[in-house]
Design a protein around this ligand. Structure first.
Ligand SMILES: [Zn+2]
Length: 103
């Protein structure tokens, strides 16, 4: 993804926890986003409000690992929680796929 070609600005807002499967990596059927985790894994999932520019926000339920991947992804500009920058090491979230957490 080339950021200079468009002016998309995507911000993730981590909100309250939600006991559901991660929409990204625990969907049934074929994996759509690469990694797939078994549904028996006790993922720590949160509502995530995804805001692209001035578009209406989209909501998804994501596990700590997927939020972590978004945090380090070029496609996501910022991850926020309670109006502050979300930091993996300070998030208190559980990460299963990621063994070495880097902020
Ligand atoms: Zn996930």
């Amino acid at each position: 993804m080339n950021k200079t070609d468009n002016k998309k600005h995507l911000v993730f807002h981590v909100e309250e926890s939600h006991e559901d499967y991660c929409h990204m990596c625990q969907q049934l059927g074929e994996p759509q986003f690469g990694v797939k985790m078994h549904r028996s894994l006790p993922t720590d999932t949160r509502w995530v409000r995804m805001v692209m520019n001035d578009d209406a926000p989209k909501f998804s339920v994501l596990c700590g690992d997927c939020i972590y991947e978004a945090y380090h992804s070029d496609g996501v500009d910022q991850v926020m929680e309670n109006g502050k920058a979300w930091l993996p090491s300070k998030s208190g979230m559980m990460f299963i796929r990621t063994s070495k957490i880097e902020d």
